[in-house]
Design a binder for this molecule. Structure first.
Ligand code: NDP
Ligand code: 2XX
Length: 322
């Protein structure tokens, strides 16, 4: 039987776009005829299947990073899962037809791409991508890259290792759900504590948290127990510093963070996805999709409005596109 013909790559596509900074509900609109990005030699062109949203998308849209942003109009979206349809001349790892995933912006705040993942096509450097593990669906895969890579980088920067204890602030969020799972299955933590509101404590248990702290009722810094590492995904470093043992470390991903807490902005790197691949393929490290996910492409504004409530559980995913 003859192979199905490869669909022709169009010159224009459907894309979610904003032309001025503001709230997603005010500035985001669907453009039915947005030009495809130009493909550079070190890039692959992806037919996007699924995208996941991150707070950086709405913070950038609000203009928080405008000093280092690319010019508007712009298509949001860092996380992608999709199929390679064309490769640049220098690309070595991928070929047309490969299923891949990744966070398309190597440096999150330094001139992120004009054409992000909330579009039918996006052009991406091969170094930030990895082959999609076959056990993952596209929406499951799109939920991993930025959040899991951030979780991993923070644990590395804090010097986390087997036998250490950790407290995860914001254990039910996009990043927190991965911090708990990596601490348990990749590093072999001796004890994992995590915070959430009441309704999410059961999720913390399912993810592997030994001690679940309801932040609406209890203050973790008042516990007699102290931790080797506190991983702060909420922005509470002053309190977090009171919860570490002598010699312990606080790592935070929310600015400004107070010294001596370690603060960093993630670097996207496909080799981190490759490193963690065995733990994803054996099913121990999973992406947690918010029960409202996936949002169809036409409901991208609703997906943003929901993430902006700061109450999402795990990841908010947009699928299918289109
Ligand atoms: P999410 O939108 O997924 O976080 C939402 C979660 O946060 C909810 O489940 C909510 O649970 C929880 N939460 C909110 N307030 C609290 C609180 N006081 N205590 C405990 N949990 C709380 O965000 P992400 O996890 O994707 O990102 C978290 C933060 O980190 C964002 O500010 C983001 O911009 C930043 N970030 C920074 C990066 C970096 O490189 N520096 C990289 C990635 C993210 P509940 O409903 O129970 O309150
Ligand atoms: O808030 C932020 C976010 O989500 C990312 C990726 O960088 C900023 C600032 C640390």
């Amino acid at each position: 039987m003859a192979a199905a013909p490869t669909p022709a790559i169009p010159s224009h596509m459907k894309a979610w776009v904003y032309s001025e900074y503001g709230k997603s509900s005010d500035v985001l609109r669907l453009d039915p005829n947005f030009p495809l990005p130009h493909l550079k030699d070190d890039q692959v062109l992806l037919k996007v299947a699924a995208a996941s949203l991150n707070p950086v998308d709405y913070k950038r849209m609000a203009g928080f990073f405008k000093d280092t942003d690319s010019p508007l109009p712009c298509v949001p979206g860092y996380d992608v899962a999709g199929v390679v349809v064309k490769v640049g001349s220098e690309v070595k790892k991928f070929k047309a037809g490969d299923e891949v995933y990744g966070d398309i912006n190597e440096k999150a705040l330094d001139h992120p791409k004009v054409v992000g993942s909330l579009a039918e096509y996006t052009a991406v450097e091969e170094k930030v991508l990895a082959h999609k593990p076959p056990n993952l669906s596209f929406p499951e895969a799109a939920a991993f890259p930025l959040a899991m890579e951030t979780a991993y980088e923070g644990l590395e920067r804090a010097g986390f290792s087997a036998g250490k204890s950790i407290l995860v602030l914001g254990g039910a969020g996009g990043v927190g759900t991965f911090v708990i799972q990596l601490a348990k299955h990749v590093y072999g933590a001796s004890k994992i504590a995590a915070t959430s509101s009441t309704g999410k404590l059961e999720l913390l248990r399912n993810l592997g948290a030994d001690l679940r702290i309801d932040y609406t009722k209890d203050k973790y810094e008042d516990l007699p127990e102290k931790f080797d590492v506190v991983y702060d995904t909420v922005g509470e470093t002053e309190r977090a510093l009171k919860a570490i043992k002598e010699g312990g470390k606080v790592v935070t991903i929310v600015p400004p963070g107070n010294p001596p807490a370690i603060i960093f902005i993630l670097t996207s790197d496909g080799s981190n996805l490759e490193k963690l691949r065995p733990h994803v393929e054996n099913g121990k490290v999973k992406s947690i999709l918010d029960p409202k996910s996936p949002f169809p492409f036409s409901q991208t504004k609703e997906a943003f409005a929901y993430l902006e409530t700061n109450r999402a559980t795990g990841k908010v995913v947009v699928y299918p596109i289109p």
